[in-house]
Design a protein around this ligand. Structure first.
Ligand SMILES: Cc1ncc(COP(=O)(O)O)c(C=O)c1O
Length: 393
């Protein structure tokens, strides 16, 4: 059994494309062409060149000595925070802007939560001289102000989403609405491994560069390609999908997914989708979803804007249900403490999303000679005011 998507875009029971008829031509155009386009030699050449010269890849695999010592195991950090624009999101937007150009699109829309995907999209649109519209929840516009400013400076239009919890889910609804109204000239750059097929598979393939590099770098450093565990935080699940991709079907590598427990799983204010979710359909994909008994989506909550999504990508829903992945929920408090700790021990200020992955070591113990790779998905500049207010620094 494979943990990759099958040709219909299913991971086990999850995935597929559950879309309104009006969206069908857009999604079908992409579905029927994405694999062929990605296989083209000229596409791969351009993609790899931009990842190298523009994004700054390969990102380092850094042995975190003081952090390792503290927790009695061997911890490596995959430094996606050092990508241009400060997070893994740009791997996907570089891929998708090249895809959009080959599909002949000249208008780009995107949704964003933490603003990292919005910035990464605005960046590649500036690079290519293409119009860019980013939908963002009103709450997120407030708490991620530095990224809103960056998007504006890059020439993007930021449109506030004012419905629901005014966060990522609502921004995604607005973007889908826009796409239905502009089917011909517009490509929707989804920022995670969510949405209808082919998005989860396409985004995972663009992010797969992360585990492709980990294999090479670990071989150089430890003379083995496989860590014992690969750990990543999960919002929609794209940085995790990239970090797991080349290890998915290798049972020697443990997969650990870290979700946001917010104020506690049972508090009513969380985004711990695997713990709380039931099967349902969100944004065109069948997956695990936080919902009430009668199927209304529960408003998610997390201190991190990039993790408060009520669903999870279908790859991750399948990793959870099949038992292939180990899922851990981390509270706001534990995440914030871990972020501060990494800053003090290693001189690296992580994004609050990433801090969730760093927080597992208080409870989850590893063997002394285990090799644990954590995907350091982003840097914390965008979160400085949240850290400072939280700790009264
Ligand atoms: C730094 C960082 N890490 C993680 C995430 C979560 O997204 P995903 O689960 O798709 O990697 C985000 C989302 O904005 C982010 O900005």
């Amino acid at each position: 059994m494979s943990y990759q998507a099958n040709e219909k875009g299913y991971y086990g029971d999850f995935g597929g494309a559950f879309i309104p008829e009006m969206l069908y031509p857009n999604v079908e155009e992409l579905r029927s062409q994405y694999l062929d386009i990605m296989k083209e030699e000229s596409f791969q050449k351009e993609f790899k060149a931009l990842l190298r010269d523009y994004v700054g890849r390969p990102t380092p695999l850094y042995y975190a000595e003081r952090f390792s010592k503290k927790y009695g195991t061997k911890i490596y950090l995959k430094r996606e925070d050092l990508c241009h624009t400060g997070a893994h999101k740009v791997n996907n937007t570089v891929g998708q802007i090249l895809m959009a150009k080959r599909l002949g699109k000249d208008r780009i829309i995107a949704e964003t939560g933490a603003g990292q995907h919005g910035v990464a999209t605005a960046t590649v649109c500036a690079l290519m001289g293409i119009e860019c519209i980013v939908y963002m929840g009103e709450i997120d516009i407030e708490r991620q102000a530095p990224n809103v400013a960056r998007m504006k400076m890059l020439g993007a239009t930021v449109v506030p989403a004012k419905s629901g919890s005014r966060t990522l889910k609502d921004a995604t609804n607005e973007a889908i609405r826009d796409w239905i109204n502009n089917p011909l000239d517009t490509h929707y750059i989804i920022g995670s491994v969510v949405g209808p097929h082919p998005y989860p598979d396409m985004v995972a393939r663009f992010q797969a560069i992360i585990s492709e590099e980990i294999k090479i770098q670990l071989k150089e450093k430890e003379n083995r390609e496989n860590p014992d565990y690969v750990v990543a935080c999960v919002g929609g699940g794209s940085n995790a999908a990239g970090a797991y991709f080349h290890y998915l079907d290798n049972p020697d590598v443990g997969i650990i997914a870290v979700e946001a427990a917010g104020k506690g799983i049972q508090s009513g204010e969380s985004a711990a989708t695997s713990a709380l979710g039931k099967e349902g359909i969100i944004h065109g994909s069948k997956t695990l979803l936080m919902q009430t008994d009668d199927g209304q989506i529960t408003e998610p909550y997390s201190i991190s804007a990039g993790l408060d999504y009520p669903g999870v990508g279908p790859m991750h829903a399948n990793l959870f249900r099949s038992g292939r992945g180990e899922f851990i929920s981390i509270t706001d408090k534990a995440a914030m403490d871990a972020g501060l700790e990494l800053a003090k021990l290693e001189g690296i200020i992580p994004a609050i999303e990433t801090s969730h992955a760093l927080a597992i070591f208080e409870d989850r113990k590893f063997k002394k000679d285990d090799i644990v790779v954590i995907n350091l998905s982003g840097r914390g500049d965008k979160d400085l005011s949240t850290y400072i207010d939280y700790f009264g620094l």
